[in-house]
Design a protein around this ligand. Structure first.
Ligand code: ADP
Length: 392
């Protein structure tokens, strides 16, 4: 039952309650407001609200075109050229679409396929952060369909709303990253409970993808639900990016293309094959049909991992150089050392995710003894399976 925030009276047929932006007012309180402020003042306020321009998202967007967006991504993300291009165009379209509703453009959702730790989430984070677009990253394995216990789709929207500083309009133009979407397979052939749930989760998510009004109850408690404190978010303008490793997707006889969906030679052909593969993987057509862009991320090579360590803005090696310099230590890491970290990361098969742990493991001993090196120039090398530090 809805309740007025001012007089706390519950809604009745003769005293209706209206809600918006998380607040509610009953007819009787609204009438009192009219009496207090005068009809003219209230009308002026309403006109002002109506005339307010569309809130533009993508703060620094005015001068940004797809190539500029790709340049931003290039500063942080190594490789993944196709994904960067697709994402730059999709985000450009997204911003144009939400800021110019009269264009009635369709959505540019993206499905990213690639091994774990290759940069799928990182690409979304980088663009969202740099353009000040709210982003919610959701692990879809924790979502359960209605009727099951677990996280439901409204908590996905709540996360986006929080990321938009609880600003409904901003949240409605944000990005939702649906991680591990490949773990929600519908049953293909045999059935088991998990598969049944996988299909149900895809169907639940479809509601969001198709554009739905989702009610969220900010504190999430039953008490709040009763008191009517509700925020409504429409998902029709939200950009969705889904990511997954899709292990074994191409393990099908006759599939030889290395870069399906991105191959320039015959895009249409490869996209048909990709749809067939997704079908037989257990992604329902209604779901992948909502993703006009399907892009593959390349597996990271040793050289790419080395570049990740040393090239992007705020790279890990630079972070250590800065840390050492706080103690007056000028540190140089040899190529052999960096090579070794990259090789170890390649072996553990977690993409770039493992780099930080591996380097920490190697440098912790040196950091513990940091006082010994204060004010020195040092070189950190790796030989005979050991990290070696020498003063120069
Ligand atoms: P996933 O593909 O599983 O979503 P992430 O994007 O979460 O992987 O990658 C984990 C971390 O590894 C990122 O936060 C980022 O620091 C680093 N990383 C992954 N791929 C790249 C890349 N191509 N360039 C730079 N850093 C990367």
């Amino acid at each position: 039952m809805k309740k007025c925030d001012f007089c706390e009276v519950e809604e009745t047929e003769s005293n209706q309650v209206i809600s918006g932006d998380g607040h509610s007012i009953c007819k009787s309180c609204a009438e009192t407001a009219l009496l207090l402020f005068g009809v003219e003042e209230v009308e002026k306020g309403i006109r002002k609200t109506i005339q307010e321009p569309v809130e533009i998202i993508g703060d620094i967007f005015d001068k940004k075109q797809p190539k500029d967006l790709k340049k931003i991504l290039d500063e942080y993300v190594i490789g993944q050229d196709s994904a960067k291009k697709v994402l730059s165009i999709a985000v450009y379209n997204h911003i144009q679409r939400v800021n110019n509703p009269e264009l009635k453009m369709s959505k540019s959702n993206i499905l990213m396929i690639g091994n774990t730790g290759t940069g799928k989430t990182f690409l979304a984070e980088t663009i969202a952060e740099n353009l000040d677009i709210p982003l919610a990253i959701v692990n879809t394995t924790s979502i359960t369909a209605a009727g099951y216990i677990g996280e439901d789709v409204s908590s996905v929207i709540e996360r986006l709303w929080k990321s938009a500083d609880e600003d409904v309009k901003k949240a409605e133009k944000g990005i939702i990253f649906l991680d591990e979407i490949d773990k929600n397979r519908a049953s293909v052939g045999g059935t088991n409970n998990k598969d049944v749930n996988g299909k149900a989760v895809q169907q639940e998510l479809l509601k969001l993808l198709e554009g739905d009004t989702v009610k969220i109850y900010p504190e999430g408690s039953a008490k709040n639900r009763k008191s009517g404190s509700v925020v409504e978010i429409n998902t029709k303008d939200i950009l969705f990016i889904a990511g997954g490793a899709f292990v074994g997707l191409k393990d099908k006889p006759g599939v030889t293309m290395t870069s399906l969906g991105t191959s320039n030679e015959d895009k249409e052909f490869s996209s048909i094959i990709m749809q067939e593969l997704l079908d037989s993987y257990g992604i329902i057509p209604e779901f992948y049909g909502r993703f006009p862009n399907i892009v593959e991320l390349e597996p990271l090579t040793t050289q790419m991992l080395k570049n990740i360590l040393t090239i992007p803005k705020d790279n890990i090696i630079q972070q250590y150089i800065n840390l050492f310099s706080l103690e007056g230590i000028n540190v140089e890491f040899t190529d052999k050392f960096i090579n070794n970290i990259a090789n170890e990361a390649l072996e553990v098969k977690t993409g770039a995710r493992g780099l930080k742990t591996i380097i920490e493991d190697k440098l912790n001993e040196i950091l513990f003894e940091i006082d010994i090196f204060q004010g020195c120039n040092i070189t950190v090398d790796y030989s005979y399976n050991k990290v070696k530090v020498s003063k120069v």
